[in-house]
Write a protein that binds this ligand. Structure first.
Ligand code: PMP
Length: 408
């Protein structure tokens, strides 16, 4: 039985040149988009066009190419702002989500001291754990972790109990990169604000798979990376409420982020430029802007339905598999399928799947505490994106079934 058509997949796939290629003589089935998504022609062309036609360093330029490039760079900022419902001056370009979280941990962390508490969850990516551990090591800040249920759902009652007068920050993922669990970030934000804590949402996976309105969520910070959102690597986004960014000291020092510099003193530029020291990722910003334009031309809810249908098809195709363990079965989850195969190491599973042309990721997915919570050392992960097809979901089920036979 075929799935209802939510999207014009033929047209979408035609936008991604890489999807035409073969691997080991088989058509590529790319199920690793949670690690990094492929790029549509619009992104590739926007970046080449800039390099071929109008490129120079940005800001304070007095010649045409510098002005045009500055306009393109700042237009990308406006596109990002519009995409998540933020103000233009609330968007800081960073190297990626990792740098965005490090920026907040470092700059906001400067005001923290011994005994201040930060609440994280057991399902966080290392990018949303390690920068906070730095504050534990350097400042004596206490880290607390919200537990999850066996299904991979956050225990909100436990979260409520962890909150208190010493909680300064709650940092939580919008959607898990391992289980696909979608966390109730608006409710989490409300609960954290009730005790006066700030909230940072790691939107790396969330922003890709659902429309995001940062004002509706009301979080103080929301971060994501371009390369998972069909844009280029090397650029990410820190959204911060204007008043929050204004209260933060700079993260790195250098050109572009100052007001005035003398031999005795410095003053800083206003946000967002205060946090963009040095020459920024200009071409990458232009590429990210193109990715957002491209994605905005599609029906985001239709994408979510399409991805959910692919996931359901895989679950159905593997329903009788008694050799399979799925990590995370939250009722509200995105199309990320993490699993273990009895008697097989996840790396071996991924390598054999690759022989069938199927690209999945295997390892700890930068989420070692979550792996430990599930009692495994690693898992394989198939992650679905808007360009994946029903035939690819079936090819994955078929290849996985054949792969398992090696270990039976
Ligand atoms: N958070 C989550 C949930 C992620 O999936 C990732 C990327 N795997 C990151 C943070 C880190 O993103 P980046 O490596 O692009 O900085």
């Amino acid at each position: 039985m075929s799935l209802p058509a939510f999207l014009d997949l033929e047209a979408i796939r035609a936008d991604f040149p890489i999807l035409q290629r073969e691997v080991h003589g088989k058509p590529l089935v790319y199920l690793d988009s949670a690690a990094s998504a492929q790029k549509p022609r619009a992104v590739i062309e926007a970046m080449s066009h800039a390099m071929e036609y109008s490129y120079a360093n940005v800001h304070r330029g007095l010649h045409t190419l510098a002005n045009e490039t500055t306009d393109a760079y700042e237009a990308a900022r406006r596109k990002v702002a519009g995409f998540i419902g933020a103000g233009e001056n609330e968007i800081v370009f960073t190297k990626g989500a990792t740098e965005a979280i490090n920026l907040v941990a470092s700059s906001f962390g400067a005001s923290l001291g011994e005994g201040d508490e930060i609440v994280l969850t057991e399902m966080e990516h290392h990018a949303n754990i390690v920068p906070w551990h730095f504050l534990r090591e350097r400042k004596g800040v206490v880290l607390k972790f919200v537990p999850i249920t066996d299904e991979g759902v956050l225990d909100l009652e436990a979260f409520q109990r962890l909150l208190g007068p010493k909680t300064r920050m709650v940092a939580v993922g919008h959607m898990s990169n391992v289980t696909g669990t979608i966390n109730p970030v608006t409710e989490i934000t409300r609960m954290a604000h009730e005790v006066g804590a700030l909230v940072l949402i790691d939107g790396c996976q969330g922003v890709v798979h659902m429309p995001v309105d940062v004002k509706a969520i009301d979080a103080d910070f929301y971060v994501f990376s371009s390369h998972k959102l069909y844009g280029p690597t090397g650029i990410g986004v820190l959204y911060g409420k204007a008043e929050r960014l204004a209260a933060l000291p700079p993260y790195q020092g250098g050109g572009e982020m100052i007001g005035a510099v003398t031999l005795e003193s410095i003053s800083y530029a206003d946000p967002p430029h205060r946090f963009e020291a040095g020459t920024p990722a200009i071409l990458e910003a232009i590429g990210l802007g193109a990715a957002i334009d491209w994605l905005s031309g599609l029906d985001r809810l239709a994408i979510a339905r399409h991805e959910a249908a692919l996931y359901a098809r895989v679950r159905e195709g593997l329903a009788g598999a008694n050799w399979l363990r799925v990590l995370g079965e939250a009722p509200d989850k995105g199309a990320i399928f993490s699993f273990t195969v009895d008697g097989a190491h996840a790396h071996d599973v991924a390598q054999i799947l690759d022989r069938y042309g199927v690209a999945v990721r295997a390892g700890t997915h930068c989420a070692e505490p979550l792996m430990r919570r599930f009692g495994v050392t690693s898992s394989a992960r198939a992650s679905f994106a808007l360009y994946n097809t029903e035939a690819e979901a079936d090819a994955f089920v078929d290849a996985l079934t054949k792969t398992q036979a090696f270990f039976a």
